[in-house]
Design a protein around this ligand. Sequence first.
Ligand SMILES: NC(=O)c1ccc[n+]([C@@H]2O[C@H](COP(=O)([O-])OP(=O)(O)OC[C@H]3O[C@@H](n4cnc5c(N)ncnc54)[C@H](O)[C@@H]3O)[C@@H](O)[C@H]2O)c1
Length: 442
Amino acid sequence: MRVTVFGTGYVGLVQGAVLAQVGHQVLCVDVDKAKVAALQRGCVTLHEPGLTDLVQQNLKEGRLGFTTDAATGVRHGSVQFIAVGTPPSEDGSADLKHVLAVADTLAQHMEGATTVVIKSTVPVGTADQVRVRIQEGLARRGREVPPFDVASNPEFLKEGSAVADCLRPDRIIVGSANPQTQSLLRELYAPFNRNHDKVLVMDARSAELTKYAANGMLATRISFMNEMAGLAELLGADIECVRQGIGSDPRIGYQFLYPGVGYGGSCFPKDVRALIRTAGDVGFDTGILKAVERRNDAQKASLFAKIQKHFGGEVRGRVFALWGLSFKPNTDDMREAPSRTLMEALWAAGARVQAFDPAAQDEARRLYGSRPGLVLCETKEAALAGADALVILTEWQAFRAPDFDALRGALREPVIFDGRNLYDPARMRQGGFVYHAVGRPL
Ligand SMILES: NC(=O)c1ccc[n+]([C@@H]2O[C@H](COP(=O)([O-])OP(=O)(O)OC[C@H]3O[C@@H](n4cnc5c(N)ncnc54)[C@H](O)[C@@H]3O)[C@@H](O)[C@H]2O)c1
């Protein structure tokens, strides 16, 4: 099938490359000239395991291409994916300007029968809105209107394992009431559907809400565990024991039960906010989601509060070693990352930061440049040198079993603030560390 994908971010690029890998002819369109030029050379700037190989192989074999020319993109595909960003507006709602810009482009250049598939995470009703927008654009052209349909097909990939998730999706949601569109999307996704039927067909509105409900539920689990962790600290319980105690119940399960320093990234924070906003627009109070967001904000601030308490409110002039800047492991994405909240609080209090991340160094440089108070170190060991304490913000594998003797020797004081509960508190105590974890006894 001939497929066009608008947007070459985490979703569009991975989906485009994976569709090409199974044999579709894919052309990806982006407005970012530098990104497209790099992709045309096979150069992938996103840190996503397996993606560079996939892009290079499919480029070489002629099934994948990149362009900034939207007209060429629209002419290429009988299926047109919209996978552009939907960043939060000031009021928390999803900003649809990029999605609607693609709708206008489609209306401007569409010639033959086209199926428009919305992959971006968009508020309920957007498929209808895009349909009207394209109809209006086509009407302005004053030409015969080619037949087209708009479907919702939300994406559930996880950054850090995006390629594997797209090659082996656990569900493929087809949001369309049109039987022709349903069967076309079934055909498009048939290569991913061989083991068992993963396609769930529903109306577009339900598909759109499914995506928000999924992220809302996952964010709720995290905030719930963070709340329990806070309580455990005050009651002298160990949240790790509690986690295992409840995770063993099959109705609860172990997934997404880790307390930490709060969720970040480009999806959970903005999607929770957008869903609260959508609900508000129809006069419905999402008390649970509001509490989830409040808890997350408090959690992101909690590590700084622990640091201040430990140092008796005196952090000015101190140096902190930070391990992990990305919002989670295996990605360089720092959007809404807890590391940013903490660094900004430390800088505001007059402290300095020596940071190391296995993938997000360039992203940190892009965001903070040569900000005074930040030194980006080449290794995790270099970040420790002369620091007053170590703070762990991302659970990268490389941080799980450090040389504790060397660590103790490098720090000015043997103090660790672990926002990801990587180590055993008893062993840390035996090793002479003051170990502050999340929801675990000191
Ligand atoms: N990142 C994730 O893990 C993830 C997972 C599931 C769903 N989503 C959703 O998918 C959507 C895309 O997310 P992302 O992380 O890939 O975004 P991103 O910000 O990484 O990439 C978006 C891309 O769209 C391009 N773009 C903007 N306007 C354009 C236009 N008019 N024409 C062509 N390209 C245009 C941008 O230049 C950018 O390269 C969002 O709605 C997001 O919520 C993201």
